[in-house]
Ligand binder design. Structure first.
Ligand code: KG4
Ligand code: ZN
Length: 341
């Protein structure tokens, strides 16, 4: 069975073909960084327009690379939410129309389920159940995953998501959009012990909070500015490294507590912040200390991509599904509303 996956929830267009037994046959990703950089963040209208312009050529390229044609597809999966409504509508409409024309099912996929299951595309895939640390631009959640569609949120952020905090602090440091990866790169050169920043809600249950840390960073940054308002290169790198260390410590502590509270023995890292090298190293160390097995998909499977949507769609395939496709764009959509396929 071959499933085409279409991801257009935010500022990346992702298309991939997943084939049962063979894995990902081909994939393409188009970033909109250059389009949004001038505005310092994602402009939803521009995101939708770019998805429209890029999607069909990308579908053609992916099919050509997989050496198949539209007629060889058995289903088309698309991100139905959460995400930007206009951007979701582009992918959903294209996927539904193609599926209608081809008389095959269109499968709406929950974006976070895509992230949660991306680890299954790696050779060393975890068995269920596992604890997932899902850290993206819009979400920071600890989720007990008992199987496909069996998700229990055991902890989440009370305010900003971890990726959002990375992006906002990057902006305070004068780094261009998208800030998270830029801040991480700067942090590699800095001293993470130079600034004593808070570890929010440390040892206080499984909830997280990053907005106070952001304020602490704002104060630290302002206290380091020269008379003309500028920041030296070294101090910027140290500020970035100290912030990254605070986030990594906090997330590692929350994972340790959640593993102890749930008794789970596998930890999966999912979402864009999961691409962060320092976080991966810290969680690997947690695994070594506790005997918990830690799984992290390669960075390209942590950030948004079409492959995870194609795979999640395959997990939710309903053989012989009939009827007109309904394009269900659901901008907010809590993952624990999902049920098994
Ligand atoms: O999962 P994702 O690609 O999109 C969402 O579903 O939100 O996550 C994007 C988030 C952004 O906030 C981005 O700054 C952050 O992940 N991110 C990183 C890194 N790479 C991406 N944050 C820290 N370090 C990174 N290397
Ligand atoms: Zn995402």
């Amino acid at each position: 069975m071959r499933v085409l996956g279409v991801e257009t929830s935010c500022d990346e267009t992702g298309v991939a073909v997943y084939e049962a037994g063979a894995g990902i046959r081909a994939e393409r990703l188009a970033s909109q960084v250059e389009i949004h950089a001038a505005y310092g963040g994602v402009v939803p209208e521009l995101a939708s327009r770019d998805h429209i312009a890029k999607l069909l050529p990308m579908v053609e390229n992916v099919l050509a690379e997989a050496d198949i044609t539209l007629g060889d597809l058995d289903a088309i999966a698309y991100t139905a939410g959460p995400g930007l409504i206009g951007a979701l509508m582009v992918g959903g409409s294209l996927a539904s129309s193609l599926a209608y024309g081809l008389k095959i099912p269109a499968i709406p996929v929950h974006h976070l389920e895509g992230h949660l299951l991306a680890c299954m595309l790696e050779e060393a895939a975890p068995d269920f159940p596992f604890l997932a640390l899902l850290v993206s631009g819009g979400h920071s959640q600890l989720i007990e995953v008992a199987g496909v569609g069996c998700y229990r949120i055991v902890g989440e952020t009370l305010d900003d998501a971890a990726g959002e905090a990375f992006d906002k602090v990057a902006r305070l440091l004068g780094l261009p959009y998208p800030g998270g990866p830029q801040l991480a790169a700067l942090a590699e050169r800095g001293n993470g012990a130079r600034f004593a920043l808070p570890r929010p809600l440390k040892n206080q249950g499984l909830e997280m909070s990053f907005s106070g840390l952001k304020t602490a960073m704002r104060l630290a940054i302002d206290s380091c500015r020269a008379a003309d308002g500028t920041l030296g290169d070294e101090v910027r790198a140290d500020l970035a490294a100290s912030f990254q260390a605070a986030v990594v410590d906090t997330l590692t502590g929350k994972c340790r507590q959640a593993l102890a509270a749930t008794g789970l023995e596998r930890l999966v890292i999912a979402g864009g912040v999961g691409a962060n090298r320092a976080l991966r190293a810290s969680l690997a160390e947690l695994g070594r200390r506790t005997g918990v097995r830690v799984y992290y998909p390669r960075p390209a499977l942590c950030t948004d991509n079409g492959a995870m949507i194609a795979y999640a769609g395959w997990c939710r395939r309903a053989p012989g599904a009939k009827g007109l496709p309904r394009n269900v764009a659901k901008p907010p959509w809590p993952p624990d509303e999902l049920t098994p396929p």
